[in-house]
Design a binder for this molecule. Structure first.
Ligand code: GZL
Length: 334
């Protein structure tokens, strides 16, 4: 068979064409979903976030902090508002698993019922970060870390202020309590911390305690019931500012002066609560910072890079009296 030798020129063209095609295919592989998570395979970290809802001023400030921090950190944020329903959070987390995000973060509306979906995320190799509220899972390997507040301390500081405030009072001091969302970590822990603190003075008595679900409407509705059922109420302890603000309407409608006839203690220190404190309608607020966004994004980058992170990271917080609120208000970020 005649030796089918090709001239050099066409061979070089063929080799050059092959090299171009090969380089192109390698580049395409290099851009595949190698680290960007989610669709498209870009190199941005993709975070799936499930938020409790939009029930309070605190939650709005928390959502703003997370969205602003994600943009600042160059993290692609998929965000879902669960409208305070656990089943919506579980659905959102399953969607994020399907979408193969790089990291999942969420604020669990209640403490229990998360093990199954968190195990699905773990089996999918997607790290989970808890923010704001905690879960009661015994298996701590189901999430990388918790970033948020010490709610027991917030309740305790509230009770300790009341002990001092009432140290010279004579006779029983009747306290009504507006609890946060039933089964949530802040409600459980704030109730515990407050009760432990006031146990030091037997004249301080909680005569009624009910959930207002962290909303203004809930606080107003339950306070109306408290006022109808109890002729002598000396103190209101509300687990957040918003329920306290709702209760203000019920108290004034009942012809009583908030901050004087009924001493009001709340938690959060959002702007509207701090204004009520400065105006003398509230008497004490224990701060609970919603500005978790920047720390959450730093943690997401560390976790995505496989770095070890502390199992629990608590945020710095303080407390406010009426005078301190007047000084702090002009500089409040939320
Ligand atoms: C506390 C947070 C609580 C706030 C409420 O970290 O979970 O939920 O205290 C909010 O205002 O609704």
């Amino acid at each position: 068979m005649r030796n089918m030798r090709m001239s050099l020129a066409p061979r070089r063209a063929v080799a050059a064409l092959a090299a171009v095609l090969l380089a192109g295919s390698v580049a395409a592989c290099g851009n595949s979903d190698t680290g960007g998570g989610g669709e498209g395979g870009n190199d941005k970290i993709v975070m799936g976030f499930s938020q409790v809802g939009a029930e309070s001023g605190w939650r709005t400030a928390n959502t703003n902090s997370i969205k602003e921090a994600a943009a600042e950190a160059g993290i692609e944020l998929k965000f879902d508002d669960a409208q305070q329903k656990q089943e919506n959070q579980i659905k959102a987390i399953r969607n994020y698993i399907q979408q193969k995000v790089d990291v999942i973060a969420f604020s669990p509306v209640v403490e229990s019922g998360w093990d199954t979906v968190l195990k699905e995320a773990k089996d999918a190799g997607i790290p989970v970060i808890l923010t704001d509220r905690a879960v009661d899972s015994a298996d701590k390997s189901l999430y990388k870390t918790f970033l948020g507040s010490d709610f027991v301390k917030e309740g305790r500081l509230s009770g300790e202020w009341l002990i001092e405030e009432m140290k010279d009072a004579t006779g029983d001091v009747n306290i009504v309590e507006l609890q946060g969302t039933t089964g949530s970590a802040p409600a459980n822990d704030r109730k515990q911390g407050f009760a432990e603190a006031i146990a030091a003075d037997p004249k301080l008595k909680i005569i009624a305690s009910q959930s207002g679900d962290f909303t203004r409407a809930g606080g107003k509705q339950v306070m109306e019931q408290f006022l109808k059922a109890h002729p002598k109420i000396d103190v209101l302890f509300a687990h957040n500012d918003d329920m306290g603000l709702g209760a203000l309407e019920a108290i004034t409608a009942a012809g009583k002066e908030p901050g004087k006839d009924i001493i009001i203690i709340t938690i959060d220190a959002v702007k509207d609560g701090m204004q009520a404190l400065a105006d003398g309608k509230f008497n004490f607020i224990a701060e609970c910072s919603p500005l978790l966004g920047p720390q959450l994004m730093d943690l997401a980058k560390k976790v995505h890079a496989g770095e070890e992170v502390a199992p629990r990271i608590e945020v710095d917080e303080t407390t406010f009296t009426q005078e301190q609120a007047k000084e702090a208000l002009p500089n409040r970020k939320y």
